[in-house]
Design a protein around this ligand. Structure first.
Ligand SMILES: Cc1cc2nc3c(=O)[nH]c(=O)nc-3n(C[C@H](O)[C@H](O)[C@H](O)COP(=O)(O)O)c2cc1C
Length: 396
């Protein structure tokens, strides 16, 4: 555990944590090993709920034998319950364990239910406005944390939740110009809009909270996207943030749950290797220009013109998204199977995978280091020599 740093703790639902949060990363990139290791250090570790069956050989085998939607969905719910249990054991009861659920996913309500029943400490919901999250978790003592990208979104959630008698236990503000994965902006051309500036949002939130007769400090604010140094952490925490969330730097740690090739692709990417595009969810996303993505983007206009409005059977039978550009024939969305591509990346298939990544350089450059070393660097600025070979990778 890391105790020697000078920042105030991030307090969520009465629990004192390190002010560094590990963001949820699907498919399978943040499962029990990463989230449990982060929690063990006394921070908030997040399991991404989507399609976790890939980490369980018996579940993959069951799905291969009965490749229907019900079997796949059940396998994922079983995998989520197992991952929460394993993360809890690894955490040795320290820190906090969250489950990330994307609003855009069809099985969102089931993932939330299993997270609550399996003893997760928090639900973190993004990729859509989580207006009904308090109803979905009624009767459970669990922290609720929406992911938003501007102060207007925070105001909307606060107003809606106040009517239900609930305040968020924290909010994550994710900057679309820097973060990895899906981005909370309708149009890519808008991602540098000043309404996403962290310092401006912190200022605007004072007014939003005051207008609702609330105190800004009633709801911890966690900033995410491109945070990659001790200086950045210090600057944002002294500007009024209560915590910062990182994704890419945790994905490439030794404890990260993806294949070593996945970590290498992310860690070795230069700024020219990173691209924004429209995902099958209709949201923009940011990833590394690996061979499959380059090929897709080269043909995107042609694919859209030829196949854009055609409906297709879901290639995996998982029906993972409530609205999918490929399955539902939504012309302006992306047109590929995101689940197949993300699962390939998790396995380290560089030729065929989709490798989500944030825009900025990483704290340790291309080096793969431990969760402890990353937290220590972010909180104290100190780096110590690497110790090799602490973790081995396994799927299933
Ligand atoms: C590989 C990868 C997968 C991600 N998957 C998800 C996800 O499933 N759900 C989610 O809310 N955010 C997801 N994110 C966003 C992260 O949780 C985090 O907020 C973001 O990456 C922060 O930006 P950074 O990568 O610059 O630190 C993903 C990011 C990456 C890099």
């Amino acid at each position: 555990m890391l105790n020697s740093h000078s920042f105030p703790p991030l307090v969520i639902r009465g629990r004192s944590l390190l002010p560094i949060v590990q963001g949820g990363m699907g498919v399978g990139v943040s499962a029990h090993r990463l989230a449990g290791s982060v929690a063990r250090e006394g921070a908030l570790g997040t399991i991404a709920s989507i399609d976790l069956r890939h980490h369980h050989h018996d579940l993959v085998e069951r799905c291969r034998q009965s490749p229907d939607t019900a079997t796949l969905e059940q396998a994922n719910l079983t995998a989520l319950a197992r991952e929460i249990h394993l993360a809890r054991m690894l955490s040795e009861g320290r820190g906090m364990l969250a489950v990330n659920v994307m609003k855009a996913v069809s099985a969102q309500a089931d993932y939330v239910r299993v997270a609550c029943e399996s003893g997760a400490d928090a639900i973190v919901m993004g990729a859509g406005l989580p207006l009904d999250l308090p109803d979905m978790t009624q009767g459970h003592d669990i922290a609720l944390i929406p992911i938003l990208s501007d102060s207007r979104g925070v105001a909307l959630v606060l107003k809606k939740w106040l009517k239900k008698g609930r305040l968020p236990d924290a909010v994550v503000i994710e900057h679309p110009a820097h973060a990895g994965g899906h981005l909370g902006v309708g149009n890519l051309a808008d991602m540098h809009d000043r309404r996403f500036d962290f310092l401006r949002i912190l200022e605007e939130l004072e007014t939003v909270f005051a207008s609702l007769s609330l105190n800004r400090q009633d709801v911890p604010v966690i900033l995410a996207g491109g945070i990659n140094s001790h200086d950045a952490v210090r600057e944002l925490l002294s500007a009024g943030a209560n915590g910062v969330q990182l994704g890419t730097p945790f994905a490439v740690t030794e404890e990260g749950d993806a294949h070593p090739n996945f970590k290498r692709v992310l860690a070795e990417a230069t700024p020219e290797d990173i691209v924004e595009f429209v995902s099958v969810t209709g949201l923009p996303a940011r990833a590394v220009k690996t061979p499959w993505l380059m090929r897709y983007l080269r043909h995107e206009t042609k694919i859209r013109a030829k196949l854009g409005v055609l409906k297709h059977a879901c290639p995996t039978a998982l029906e993972c998204l409530s609205a999918c550009g490929w399955r539902d024939g939504i012309e302006k969305f992306g047109h590929f199977c995101i689940d197949t591509r993300l699962a390939a990346a998790l396995r380290g298939d560089v030729a065929n995978g989709l490798f989500f990544r944030g825009r900025e350089a990483l704290p340790f450059g291309a080096a793969i280091r431990s969760v402890h070393d990353l937290l220590e660097l972010l909180l104290t600025g100190a780096t110590r020599p690497a110790v090799a070979g602490r973790w081995a990778y396994s799927l299933g």
